[in-house]
Design a protein around this ligand. Structure first.
Ligand code: SF4
Ligand code: SF4
Length: 337
């Protein structure tokens, strides 16, 4: 159902929704960019529609809302442990089609990967409702069309801001009464989805064994500096490590946390006794590429990478992940697929 309202009315609607929900959207952090005197656009809680940055891709994804960078799993003493209380409010996230697809990947990893669901993820994830932001045009590093993540129907509300008017398409009955209260019905606005990106990739349907020892990975031994920025910015990277923190005033008590980890970072595969798999950065890059465009698909039936291009946006060494995907295709299909 379509609704339109003035920005002020939409702000009242946000205020009303904010009583029972935390509302997250792309937001401007002045001066927090990676270079001096640059800004950062990243997810944060918003109160007004003008807080939302509609025309810039966030450097980091919305995944940290349901999979926090540091998350206390439980507090412990010598005798007992207990899980922290969680905020009872719902969670509304403004995001684009590719990022909604990214949540489908996180759901597969945390909820459908074996007999047990990840309890910590599930508790937050089931509170989430998606408010779609459209992409009238592709950003320069996106390749969502090749990854089939440029369109989606999986949202509760679609929101378009046009000057001082807000147009919405409400698909989720839970929101109908509040939109009816603050808006006027109108023709359903139809979201724009990009149908073309400058960057295209080809994904091989099968991977040749020769890829394992291919010289294509050697380049990354030199170029990649193992900073892990590509992992941290990726909306589908979901690895974490676990650490116990013992409090100084009583070392027999503390908390267990899980903390993001990344397959490009030193120490990721380190085991007891100092043994580690994938010591070279080329090996790590091969592992990441295979996970994003092959292994995950074999398990879940769709690729892990959603083509958001964030890894390219943040890499200090200008390593192109779609470039890697296309090299994998070429190496795998030499002599015909
Ligand atoms: S691998 Fe790169 S392009 Fe693919 S989902 Fe992750 S950040 Fe986006
Ligand atoms: S961001 Fe670039 S340099 Fe850093 S780990 Fe990833 S590929 Fe390597």
């Amino acid at each position: 159902m379509g609704f339109q309202m003035a920005k002020d009315e939409f702000n009242l609607l946000l205020k009303k929704l904010g009583k029972s929900n935390r509302i997250f959207a792309p937001k401007l952090y002045k001066g927090a960019g990676k270079f001096s005197d640059t800004d950062l656009v990243a997810y944060g809680e918003i109160n007004y529609i003008d807080d939302i940055i509609f025309d810039t891709k966030t450097s980091f994804s919305a995944k940290e809302i349901v999979f926090p960078i540091n998350q206390t799993m439980f507090y412990f003493t010598e005798e007992e442990y207990r899980e922290p209380a969680i905020d009872e409010r719902g969670i509304i996230i403004f995001l684009r089609a590719c990022d909604i697809h990214a949540f489908k990947r996180l759901d597969a990893i945390f909820l459908e990967n074996g007999p047990y669901k990840d309890n910590y993820y599930e508790k937050l994830r089931k509170k989430v409702k998606f408010f779609l932001m459209e992409c009238a045009e592709s950003f320069s590093s996106c390749f969502c069309v090749s990854m089939n993540t440029n369109r989606t129907e999986e949202y509760s509300v679609f929101v378009r801001k046009e000057n001082d008017t807000v147009f919405c398409q409400v698909k989720d009955n839970d929101f109908l009464s509040v939109f009816n209260h603050y808006g006027m019905t109108c023709k359903d606005p139809v979201p724009d989805f990009v149908s073309d990106n400058t960057i295209q990739v080809k994904i091989p349907s099968d991977i040749s064994e020769k890829l394992y020892n291919s010289s294509m990975w050697d380049e990354y031994n030199q170029r990649c500096i193992a900073c892990g920025r590509c992992n941290i910015s990726c909306p589908t990277c979901s690895c974490f490590t676990v650490q116990d923190i013992f409090y100084r005033d009583n070392p027999a008590s503390g908390e267990r946390q899980r903390v993001w980890a990344g397959c490009l970072i030193d120490g990721f595969t380190e085991m007891a006794g100092g043994h580690g798999f994938r010591q070279s950065k080329g090996d790590r890059m091969r592992f990441k590429a295979m996970h994003k465009i092959y292994d995950f698909r074999r398990r879940f039936g769709f690729d892990m990478c959603v083509g958001c291009g964030r890894c390219d946006d943040v890499c200090p060494e200008y390593i192109s992940f779609p470039g890697i995907i296309n090299k994998v295709y070429e190496t795998s299909t030499e002599g015909g697929e």
